[in-house]
Structures are given as structure tokens and as C-alpha cells.
Design a protein around this ligand. Structure first.
Ligand SMILES: [Zn+2]
Ligand SMILES: [Zn+2]
Length: 325
């Protein structure tokens, strides 16, 4: 068999993804939630309590246009729960919402405005980067605000919300409208490295949890990092060392020069289909079972994967870019 000569271009994995020999752990976290400091219904301590009690390892509190300071909230920085400071920089252009999270922001960032959606995205992304924080583009399909066209033209952003659990966010394709995975494949097919985040965007922590409320616990990321520290989690998120999930869990993701391999952590007797996806959203391979492997041919441009569980829950792993050697 001819040896596949593939060069992995993206910063994900090779030399970066912790190898089997290195120590690493998977950490569960949410990059987007609100408290009474903006339009959430609970105090920050109550929000933190909810996530701690539901086996999360880290949380970004991202109130609208205000920093909820964590120094008074994270009483024990050495425990098994990490708070990372953030803000949802909440802007609009002619009534079209333009929201970006500033992850690990130490200072409040004012909405920057602009003369178009693209300029508004860019001005806010630039302000977030200038503040030393990491930008995450939020809920593009909320009120059908913008698509791959605008995201593709925004420089310096490599995180966007693939799934936002707020009930109004139109994550999936229907009625001739593109879902977030369609938008993602269009961005990636232009050769732009973009990682997809699943988040709660939680607002409603009190009362009955229903599908039409903005409750916590629906969409999250599992980050593969060497330790539970702000530095290690931020580093891993920026390198795409995570998967996004609505409940499907993975044991591991292993990417080598020749192969993309996924090991699923099965839930009871659930069945699994893993779909490997390449340029223009083309299906490269479908695999049944709890282990899925795809061997690169070098012509894919990028490879990512979606795992569907018979419960209806899904997970998505991050793209790796390839080029022929
Ligand atoms: Zn928002
Ligand atoms: Zn929000």
C-alpha cells in the first residue's frame, strides 16, 4: 500500500496535541452564560453552583457588556473547578445582532460599532484581541444575523458557535436555511481555520427546565489539556484541542500523519454513526460502532467528524487541514 504523504497544516495536534505518553485530561466546560449582572435570572454564585454541581470543570461567565469579576467568586483557585473571566461584547448593526465573547478578558470592552456587519464583527474582534482576550463569534443564526460570508472576512477569529443552546439560535438546517455545520464547511472550504464551539448561552437557572427556555447543561466542550488552569485551558481551546457535544462523550481523538481516529465512550446500548467530512461538506466515510478511523488521501483539504448517537445526541470534532506533501 502506498504510504500516504500528508502534511497537517493546522496548528491542531501534531507536536501540539498531547501524545499518549504525556499526561492529559479531558475537562468539561461552558464558554457562554449569563447572570443577574446582565439578563440571567440568578446571581453569579448560584450560576457557578449549578455548573459545579453538574460536574463541569470550568466556566466562563460572559455577561452582556460587563465583566463579572471572578476574583470575588473563585474562592479556591486550586480546587477542581475553574472560573475564567469573560464578557459578551454585545453590539449590533442596523438592528442586526453582532455578539462576540471575549474569553479570558481582564478588562471591560465597549462595543465598537461599524458601518456594516463585517466591520462591526472586525472592530469588536480587534478590540478583544487588543485587550489580550480570545474572540468567539456567537450565534450567527440568531435572527439570521450573518453567514459564512461575513465570518470568513473577519480576521483573527478562530472560534465560533457551532451550537448555541439558546432555543432561538437556529443551529440546524431547515426550510432552505443553512445550519451551523453548513456555514462551518463553507468557512473551512475557503481554507480558513475555524473551530466550532458548543455552548449553553444559559440565562434561566430557576424553575422548570424546558426546551423553550435558555437552561444550562445542553451544549458544552470537552477540552484535552495537561491541567485545569486558565493558561492550559485557553491554550488548548485556541489550538482546537477539544470537541463540542450535546451529550455524546468520546474517550479520545487521535490524529497522526495518516489517520483521524475517534474512540467513543458508549452510553448504555446506544448505537453510533461517525461521519468524516471534508471540503464542501462532502461525506468522506461513515463508520458504525464505537471506534471510527479515517485514512487521509491528501486531497480532502480538511477532515472533521460528526458523531451521532441513537438517542439523537451529537458531537463534532475539530477540523484538521491537510495538504499533499
Ligand atoms: Zn448573544
Ligand atoms: Zn449570550
Amino acid at each position: 500500500m502506498k504510504k500516504c504523504m500528508v502534511l497537517i497544516l493546522s496548528i491542531f495536534y501534531l507536536g501540539v496535541m498531547p501524545s499518549e505518553a504525556q499526561e492529559f485530561n479531558w475537562y468539561k466546560g461552558n464558554t457562554h452564560c449569563h447572570t443577574l449582572n446582565s439578563d440571567g435570572d440568578s446571581y453569579p454564585r448560584q450560576v457557578i453552583r449549578w455548573y459545579r454541581d453538574h460536574e463541569y470543570n470550568f466556566l466562563f461567565i460572559t455577561d452582556h457588556n460587563i465583566i463579572t469579576e471572578i476574583k470575588y467568586l473563585d474562592t479556591d483557585p486550586d480546587d477542581d473547578f475553574l472560573l475564567i473571566q469573560g464578557e459578551e461584547v454585545t453590539d449590533s448593526y442596523q438592528g442586526i445582532p453582532v455578539h462576540l465573547n471575549a474569553l479570558n478578558s481582564q478588562i471591560h470592552i465597549e462595543p465598537q460599532h461599524g458601518d456594516s456587519v463585517i466591520e462591526t464583527l472586525q472592530n469588536n474582534a480587534d478590540a478583544i484581541l487588543e485587550a489580550g482576550a480570545v474572540p468567539q463569534i456567537n450565534h450567527p443564526n440568531w435572527r439570521w444575523s450573518f453567514t459564512d460570508k461575513e465570518i470568513s472576512q473577519t480576521k483573527g477569529v478562530h472560534l465560533f458557535e457551532l451550537y448555541n443552546a439558546h432555543p432561538d439560535c437556529n443551529n440546524f438546517s431547515a426550510g432552505g436555511r443553512p445550519g451551523m455545520e453548513d456555514i462551518w464547511d463553507k468557512i473551512l472550504s475557503k481554507g480558513i481555520l475555524m473551530y466550532g464551539i458548543a455552548s449553553d448561552d444559559a440565562h434561566d437557572y430557576v424553575g422548570e427546565f424546558t426546551p423553550r427556555k435558555s437552561n444550562p447543561g445542553t451544549g458544552w466542550i470537552m477540552v484535552k489539556a495537561r491541567e485545569l488552569s486558565t493558561e492550559a485551558i485557553m491554550d488548548a481551546i485556541q489550538k482546537g484541542q477539544f470537541f463540542s457535544t450535546l451529550g455524546v462523550l468520546l474517550k479520545d481523538i487521535c490524529i497522526t500523519q495518516t489517520q483521524y481516529r475517534i474512540d467513543i465512550k458508549p452510553y448504555k446500548d446506544a448505537a453510533y454513526t461517525t461521519t468524516f467530512i471534508g471540503q464542501d461538506g462532502v461525506i468522506l466515510k461513515e463508520v458504525y460502532g464505537t471506534t471510527a478511523e479515517y485514512t487521509f488521501n491528501g486531497n480532502e483539504l480538511y477532515v472533521r467528524a460528526r458523531i451521532v448517537e441513537s438517542s439523537g445526541r451529537i458531537a463534532c470534532t475539530q477540523p484538521v487541514f491537510l495538504s499533499k506533501d
